[in-house]
Design a protein around this ligand. Sequence first.
Ligand code: FES
Length: 160
Amino acid sequence: MEYSEKVMDHFMNPRNMGEIADATASGTVGNPVCGDIMKIDLKIENDIITDAKFKTFGCGSAIATSSMATELIIGKYTAEALEVSNKAVADALDGLPTVKLHCSVLAEQAIKKALKSFYEAEGRMTDEFAEKFKILGEDEHDHGDDEESADEHACCLHDD
Ligand code: FES
């Protein structure tokens, strides 16, 4: 399995790892198949994400995507961060092996879960925003990606 230099860099030297003690919002999601867990803390000031930190118990791709995802959302308005898809995170890492693409879904879900709790706490959850949280699904521990097949989760069953 070939990983890009950026994936290896973010795996070996993760950015923004840790927790924010006075986080404005947090999101924790899990992959039901491999058991990997990702938590993202956000500090939001004047609707701008001024800090983001993550803790990921998971594979190298999950750690690299968490790291890149935090870099992509820091400095963005919350509505802009909502547009950061798992594909955008994977692209920013110069791609992920196909069987590891699902790992990047965790990062998008964790960001969206944190932003959902932020909007709900602020009383700002509109229908337009609700539409953007579909990836969390009814069961928020689900991958939320209908196009993924069981085969694409096969990597979760292996050490890597
Ligand atoms: S997130 Fe579980 S194998 Fe990558």
